[in-house]
Design a binder for this molecule. Structure first.
Ligand code: PGA
Length: 242
């Protein structure tokens, strides 16, 4: 059985010095290495993390859809391929704040795989769509999947995280029954693209109290944690608490 993925998305938090202390403290406190632990710090800490991360894996929070050149302030997959094993892509904060479309996300997935970085594709609907009922949710998520994954994508080197926007940073995670419905939608759409089994993660208000619910679910292969990962003590307890 493959390992359970624990992805920590630190977002736009922690200075360089704070992230150095965070990593040292986390390494001291995490005693269970059964999980595949993927740390995604801010870009300023990638190089330090890559040298000091021990048995954890390093992920970048996003990359540009282009390979190099005129992209002031951006970072490309080929620039970080020596440092990172994973990259988050299509996070709702990028889609909303930076107007990233499914087409751009498809480009990013292609360029990540070309550079041997495993994409963690985030999909998820907002509250308006959720309120319209499940058929609308299904339509929306199916489109996100179909538009950002095609037959050129190597589904052996891909993770998908279901992150409903209404659950991110709200303290209100999706229920297991919501997640079950969405897993069916993801599996149905993937079948049209490939026979490979793509690990499906859940993200959105994962915390110490609910993390085991997701861990114990046979079809959930991992969790993506934002706020609760910022405190190394909480993240260590989530990882150690098997
Ligand atoms: P959250 O964030 O755990 O704070 O809800 C998750 C995410 O945005 O990836």
């Amino acid at each position: 059985m493959s390992k359970f993925f624990v992805v920590a998305n630190l977002k736009m938090n922690k200075s360089f010095n704070e992230s150095v202390i965070y990593l040292e403290s986390l390494i001291q406190n995490v005693t269970n290495y059964d999980d595949e632990i993927i740390l995604c710090p801010s870009n300023i800490s990638l190089e330090y993390f890559s040298k000091n991360i021990g048995k954890f894996k390093l992920g970048i929070q996003d990359v540009d859809q282009r390979d190099q050149g005129q992209g002031t302030g951006s970072i490309s997959a080929s620039q970080v391929k020596d440092l990172c094993t994973f990259s988050i892509v299509g996070h709702s904060e990028r889609r909303i704040q930076f107007n990233e479309t499914d087409e751009i996300i498809l480009q990013k997935i292609k360029i990540l795989q070309k550079n041997d970085i495993i994409p963690i594709l985030c999909i998820g609907e907002d509250l308006n769509i959720r309120k319209k009922g499940f058929p609308e949710v299904e339509k929306f998520l199916s489109n996100q999947i179909k538009n950002s994954i095609n037959k050129q994508i190597n589904t052996n080197n891909l993770l998908i995280a279901y992150e409903p926007i209404w659950a991110i940073g709200t303290g209100k995670s999706a229920s297991i029954s919501d997640i079950n419905d969405v897993i069916n939608v993801i599996e149905k759409n993937l079948k049209d693209i490939s026979d490979n089994k793509v690990p499906i993660l859940y993200g959105g208000s994962v915390n110490e109290q609910n993390s085991n619910l997701f861990r114990e679910h046979e079809k959930i292969s991992g969790i993506l944690i934002g706020s609760a990962s910022l405190d190394y003590k909480i993240l260590s307890r989530i990882i150690n608490n098997k």
